[in-house]
Design a protein around this ligand. Structure first.
Ligand SMILES: [Zn+2]
Length: 146
């Protein structure tokens, strides 16, 4: 017996007829139009296709235009660690003309490392390891006295 035939019996019986609602079964229980859960295999497939497209776009670029990525991230250079005492490293990210810290557009660092770099430079300046003021550009070629 189908549930429909049972329902018909119920509906036709005179006692229950007054109590039975118009829609016995809600439509969502029969046909689930909205997907409640993600299909894992399709998501993986879509991700793979996206990565393939990205790789193809990367390969289409010239060698000079290809993005090199963040220099200070551990997957690239695990030996380099940002530290306020390592002034030689920090001074490469500061402009010799103005003393400004270069932006991430020029340094090519990821946001986390760029923030860390700026923090360390500020700390080094506070402690006195790095200069706060800069020479005039005319005196840059002066010989070093010591
Ligand atoms: Zn990074």
């Amino acid at each position: 017996m189908n549930y429909q035939s049972i329902a018909k019996l119920f509906i036709n019986s005179p006692k229950i007829k007054s109590f039975v609602p118009v829609q016995l079964f809600h439509q969502s229980s029969v046909v689930n139009k909205k997907k409640k859960y993600h299909d894992v295999y399709t998501t993986i497939h879509v991700h793979k296709e996206k990565m393939k497209a990205l790789e193809a776009r990367y390969e289409r670029l010239d060698v000079e235009d290809r993005p090199t990525g963040c220099l200070l991230c551990p997957h690239r250079n695990p030996e380099i660690e940002l530290d306020y005492k390592n002034v030689r490293l920090l001074s490469q990210f500061v402009s010799p003309h103005t003393g400004k810290i270069y932006g991430s557009r020029i340094t090519g660092l990821c946001p986390n490392k760029q923030r860390e770099l700026a923090q360390n430079i500020r700390r080094a300046r506070k402690v006195g390891l790095m200069p706060v003021t800069m020479k005039y550009f005319d005196y840059h070629s002066d010989p070093k006295l010591f």
